[in-house]
Structure formats: C-alpha cells, structure tokens
Design a protein around this ligand. Sequence first.
Ligand code: SF4
Ligand code: SF4
Length: 340
Amino acid sequence: MSVKKLDKKALNSWVESLVAGQKVFGVQAKGERFAFAELTDASALRLDYDVTMLPPKKYFLPQREDLLTFKRSGGHESVIECDPFVLLGVHPYDFVAIRQMDAIFEKDNDDIHYKARRNAATIVVCDVQNASENVFAGCMNGAVVEDGYDVLITGIGKDYLLDAGTEKGEALLHGVGAPDARAEDMAERSKVWEANKAALKKHELKCAPADLPKLLGSSEEHPVWAEKAEGCFSCGSCNLVCPTCYCFDVQDEIDWNMDSGRRYRCWDGCMLTNFATVTGNHNFRPKVEDRYRHRYYRKGKYIPEKIGEISCVGCGRCITACVAKIANPVEIYNRLLEGK
Ligand code: SF4
Ligand code: SF4
C-alpha cells in the first residue's frame, strides 16, 4: 500500500476529481458548527473542523430507513438502497465507533441493511487538526487509528500525507501524481499522532478504559445516578449525537390504499421515557435514574462484555448536547472512582 505526499493544491485537485466521479459525503460548515453532507463543491470541504454535530453513523444506520415493503394480499420484498459512496474526513474516534458498530451488527444476526451500506462505503479518515471543547478521545484510545481505514489523511506542516490502507483506498488514490512519502514524512506523522493523543484530552479520565467494566460492576448503588438523574429531561439528545448508540425502533406503516405498506426502522434512545415499554404497556425502566444508569452501563460494561471494547470513544458530543450539563462520562466515571 502506498503513502503519497500532497501539497494543498494537489489535495484540492484530488478532492475535485473525487466529487466529479462519484457520490461523496464530506464535512462542511453549518454556521459556526460542522456537519457531514453531500459534497458537490470540493472547496466546501473542511478538514480543519473540530467535531461534527452528528457522527457519520447516519450513513450506515440512517435516521429512518425502509427495511421491506409488503402487500396485505401477501408477499414482501426487502428494500436495500446503497449506491457506492465516499465518506471524506472521518475523525479517528468516529472511525473507531464505526468499527465497533461493524462488530455489533455482525455479532448475533448479520444486519444485511447495515452491511450493504458499509460495503458500499469507502472511508477516508482524517487526523484531527483542531480539538473540540469537550473531546476526550485521548483517554479512550480514540485519538488516532493506525489501520482499518481505506485512506488516512494527515496534515504535516503545509502538506498532507494520504495513506492507502486497503485495495479500495489504493483505487481512490490511483492517478494521484504525487511523490511517495519519505521516512522523515512518516516521522512527522508519528509526531502528529503523539501530539493528538495528548491534545484530545479536554477531560481526564483517572483510570484506564479497561478498568471501567469492573468499576461499574460494583457501582450499581452509587448515589451519583440519582443525583444526576434529578436534572435529566429524558430528551435523548445524548443518545442521538453518540457515534456508538445504535438502538432503533421498528414500525409498520400502511398506505392509504390499505393494501400495501412498508416496515421501517428509525433511531431510538434508551434515555427516552418509553424506550423500554413493551406489550401491555409495561415499562421495565420507568424511572429516570434507571435509564440514566443504564446508559453508562451499556457503554462501560454491557457492550465491552460483547465486543471487548469500551463503547465510548470520547468524542464529547453528549457533553455538549446535554442542556442539563449532566452527561459528561468522565465526570461520572471519576466520581465512581472516588467511591460514595
Ligand atoms: S458517550 Fe458521549 S463521549 Fe462517549 S462516544 Fe457517546 S457521545 Fe461520544
Ligand atoms: S441529553 Fe442530558 S437531559 Fe437529555 S436525556 Fe441525556 S442526560 Fe438527560
């Protein structure tokens, strides 16, 4: 696999060629914040962004997607819509979250809808150039990634290194008329990685992420759950902005003709009041405190028991999104470490 060194002009030409040849989703400014959206003008790409409002999970698990269509008279057909696309400028912590979701969605039953979108994607990761106000990816092994990406872009001084990590990535760089990176360029990249591991720590977790399952295992009765839950509005914002939250609801919808319809799924969130309501109107997590605690157990204990990784990559979005200012995972975990 090759690593190319491009100056800014050559990088722009490369992005222009991508946009001209295929569907590209890249990070763009939305007022003072940033979002992934379809990129039609290469100059709108912002690789210097701090964090996007929503993570790129929306391209693999859309807010709403049809799963199948059916007829009342009988028969159904799966709906799988996924043209090939390039996802441009994914930060390492969001890429770690995508890989976790890959593991989740192939764990028990293969999710063909997720898998089809994932296979259709070519992911270009970009090392962080500006740390967001609440990021703590440096504490959660999410500040850098060294493999798995199709292409990795790293800014070194005025130039950029483009590292093809897969055959797909190699194909994306095909035709880039740029020199190969030299040993000293790779050394510069290592310096960027080390700097980012330190810089992406706006909140400092006082233990190793691997210690969290054990810590939570003995913290069910800690007063912090009730204390924080008192301010919670059950709005679900912390779920919606989280790159590792993947819960969804499935509903059937009948057309006006009362003959055809569709089954769709849409995002759901464990902080919402009725998330755990089942048939017979029984809600097995009716108290805010239980839902609040559950979310941290999910991230720090249940998912790690399933895939072996803490399901928080330290993006900091939940901290920013929570109007009650009670959703900082680092604050919670550090409180648990202090004891009661
Ligand atoms: S729990 Fe918060 S900080 Fe962790 S990945 Fe989710 S949104 Fe990001
Ligand atoms: S964003 Fe804050 S207020 Fe809203 S559900 Fe999450 S913790 Fe509660």
